[in-house]
Design a protein around this ligand. Structure first.
Ligand code: SF4
Length: 406
């Protein structure tokens, strides 16, 4: 049987390739039946379908009847299998939100006679063609209306999500535009004459968008390209994101399976899990490394004080080697003329650079720094060296090296 594509299938592919593989290629059953957000959305959709099925038959139910129907649908379908992801929000809060969506919607649109209802919750099947290739597509339209006053089709979609799409997002959204392509297969005029309408029920806000024929042609090409992408995909890698909380495959997903496997363990069993034990050991070593780093820093500070004393002793006693038990300290003190650092004396640094540029030497060193001094300057003519001297700084370098006695 030919593969059937849908906007949600594309959405899952774009969200996470691994989830796509689990859900659409391997057809694995998700471990949770539904989330509370999806559950509430389904009940609101069912209530609105019932309302508009009545409208289609010239029967407008009262708002009370609509809300009672919603409550009945909630009671009949709710179970402990409905997963509440967000902390601090109860199922009852969602039920009340769904009721508020319906109540506001009813007040805004009663008596529901702005257009004629063509269908509710209709599954549409259609194909997209590219030469000899044909791809089967399907979708479910929340509601299709014929607006006889404006002479156009209206494709309605109900949203119960807590975020409101922008107009730009509506104008770029593919779901309802794909449905417009499907409707145009039956009524060709719909290709030029259809309005896409989203009802953001939690906000009691309607957002609308129109598509040109060119935009629909481009969308068909984009979708066919996406389908080819999906068909040729061989790397189904997980894409961890905030949406994972709503994914029903966490118990087998490599990004989550260990977290989920140990989260319900009793404390003893948890600590005995080999993965947990490895993390505990790794974290302990990391912490010990940090402790030693602070010890090392303290030892280095103490050693710097001893080094100062060593240098003072060497200067006082005029010696470069100091004998001790098993070791000797080799003291080296050098004073050299060096280029200044720009941060140390910008005027001199710039003067030296300008002199070298004027003398045609700058390219040899590319920049004025001390590596240049050691590698190049000593071979330059004495006269140039003398002209450079005012721009140089005298720097004293003191080294102390511990050497084992042989
Ligand atoms: S849990 Fe996240 S990463 Fe894993 S399959 Fe699901 S969406 Fe993808």
């Amino acid at each position: 049987m030919a593969m059937k594509y849908s906007v949600s299938r594309i959405g899952v592919f774009d969200q996470c390739r691994l989830k796509y593989k689990y859900q659409y290629l391997e057809r694995l059953t998700p471990e949770m039946e539904t989330t509370i957000e999806a559950f509430m959305g389904s009940r609101v959709h069912e209530a609105l379908k019932a309302l508009y099925d009545g409208v289609k038959n010239r029967r407008v139910e009262s708002k009370d009847r609509l809300l009672s129907l919603y409550d009945e649908l909630w009671e009949k379908n709710f179970s402990a299998a409905v997963k509440i992801v967000k902390k601090g929000i109860a199922a009852e809060d969602y039920r009340i939100k769904g009721r508020a969506c319906l109540s506001d919607y009813y007040d805004a649109y009663a008596p529901f006679d702005a257009a004629k209802v063509v269908s509710t919750e209709e599954t549409v099947n259609f194909s997209l063609r590219d030469g000899a290739e044909e791809y089967q597509f399907m979708g479910v339209l929340d509601r299709l209306d014929w607006n006889d006053r404006e002479g156009m089709f209206e494709i309605h979609d109900y949203k119960t999500s807590g975020s409101l799409m922008t107009q730009d997002q509506a104008d770029a959204d593919i779901q309802l535009a794909v449905y417009q392509i499907a409707i145009a297969a039956r009524w060709p005029e719909a290709r030029t004459n259809a309005k896409l309408v989203w009802h953001y029920l939690l906000f009691n806000k309607e957002i609308a968008s129109r598509r040109t024929v060119e935009a629909l042609d481009a969308l068909e090409r984009d979708i066919i390209a996406k389908i080819r992408d999906m068909e040729s995909c061989s790397a189904f890698v997980p894409n961890r994101s905030a949406l994972c909380e709503w994914c029903g495959y966490q118990s087998i997903c490599p990004e989550w399976k260990h977290i989920r496997a140990v989260e319900a363990l009793e404390p003893n069993a948890y600590m005995n899990d080999p993965g947990v034990a490895l993390v505990a050991k790794y974290a302990e070593l990391e912490s010990r490394k940090k402790e030693h780093q602070s010890e090392i820093a303290a030892l280095e500070a103490e050693q710097a004080g001893v080094k100062e004393a060593v240098l003072a002793f060497a200067e006082r006693e005029k010696t470069n080697v100091i004998d001790g038990p098993g070791f000797r300290l080799l003291v080296s003190v050098r004073e050299e003329m060096e280029a200044p650092y720009k941060s140390e004396d910008e005027a001199r640094w710039k003067g030296l650079r300008d002199l070298l540029i004027a003398e045609g030497r700058f390219n040899e060193v590319s920049t004025v720094n001390n590596r240049m001094l050691s590698s190049r300057m000593r071979s330059w003519p004495k006269a140039l060296w003398e002209r450079m001297t005012p721009f140089l700084v005298r720097r004293r370098t003191c080294d102390v090296t511990l050497k084992k006695k042989s």
